[in-house]
Design a protein around this ligand. Structure first.
Ligand code: ATP
Length: 318
């Protein structure tokens, strides 16, 4: 890899044009566009093992992507320095250096000496502050896109090492396959995917701070831990009820006391035919697994009506 000097799009395009000179006049020399979808995740199981000296927590989780996604369109133009601009269809999403997409592009630029003007259009569909890794998955999409746009010879493993600097869920989002997640979330082992089913996702209109949830969790005093190893086996056997019966999230010990609606939505999902229902991540999103599409759609409609929620979706594992 060329690490001695700045790499701009010019390097990429000159190489391409060298390969096919007949396109010299027609194609834009100094601009490139790329669109990527960034998928939401849920935690089929979430266990917290201990609080570490550095304040992070050691976790043991099963992560699964769902067919609910943001769409990111990247446009890159040649420039002498690296500049980044971002636009989003939802006004409440920050479009400056606080955005994880911005941070990913800046980190890639710094690490691989990239130049150019990068503009990103974000269509936001994943609920925000929901426990579905919305920001982290956009961040992962930005890492992948930058690698492709600049033709970088960088492995997923390398991207994951960079990604963990920006968030514990980012390495998983870069990997984007059903996985056992350990350490602070950066030690990932691929496991068998969730069998075909329908996943109803419901985001209550309450705001839950991830920091607050972890600070109020008494990790060393937890009475019960999810059977994560049993879930890995059930996944391997394609046993949906075996997976569903082991769904558990220890962070609910904090959130359901503070926000009873989380428990109520779980119960409504189960009464409406879900194999099981739990909270995802640090919440407040609740999700339930259904074997039949019609049952899932009826349950989603019931939750919309009963709780007056707009962010309720019928999704599938992907
Ligand atoms: P996690 O499941 O990883 O805990 P989350 O669902 O709790 O994530 P996000 O949706 O990622 O939370 O957003 C948390 C905050 O991060 C938002 O309030 C927002 O200000 C900021 N943010 C930064 N980048 C993004 C992004 N690309 N999309 C949405 N929010 C972002």
């Amino acid at each position: 890899r060329d690490t001695d000097r700045s790499r701009g799009l010019g390097d990429v395009y000159k190489r391409q044009i060298g390969n096919s000179g007949k396109n010299r006049k027609e194609r834009p020399l100094r601009m490139k566009t790329l669109t990527r979808n960034a998928y939401a995740k849920v935690n089929l199981a979430l266990d917290v093992l201990r609080r570490r000296e550095d304040g992070y927590h050691d976790v043991c989780m099963i992560m699964q992507n769902l067919s609910l996604y943001d769409t990111l369109t990247f446009t890159v133009e040649e420039a002498d320095t690296l500049t980044i601009t971002l636009a989003c269809d939802k006004a409440f999403v920050p479009c400056d250096a606080r955005n994880l997409i911005y941070k990913a592009i800046a980190l890639m630029g710094e690490t691989y000496h990239l130049t150019g003007h990068v503009h990103v259009e974000l269509v936001k569909r994943i609920p925000v502050e929901a426990g579905m890794a919305g920001g982290s998955t956009d961040c992962a999409a930005a890492f992948h896109a930058m690698r492709e746009l600049y033709g970088l010879d960088v492995s997923d493993q390398e991207l994951m090492k960079l990604g963990v600097k920006l968030g514990a869920d980012v390495p998983y989002c870069i990997m984007a396959k059903t996985a056992l997640s350990e350490g602070i979330g950066e030690v990932l082992t691929e496991v068998a995917p969730l069998p075909d089913c329908f996943v109803v996702v419901a985001k209550p209109t309450i705001s839950v701070s991830t920091k607050m949830v972890y600070e109020n969790l008494h990790a060393n005093e937890l009475q019960h831990h999810p059977d994560v190893a049993g879930m890995v086996d059930a996944l391997k056997q394609g046993d949906l009820s075996g997976v569903a019966s082991r769904m558990e999230n220890v962070l609910e010990t904090v959130t359901t006391k503070l926000y009873p609606q989380i428990e109520e939505i779980k119960q409504t999902m189960k009464e409406s035919g879900a194999e099981n229902a739990i909270m995802s991540g640090s919440g407040p999103t609740v999700f339930g697994l259904y074997t039949e599409k019609a049952t899932a759609e009826q349950a989603a409609e019931k939750i919309r009506q009963q709780y007056g929620l707009s962010e309720v979706y019928v999704t599938q594992p992907c």
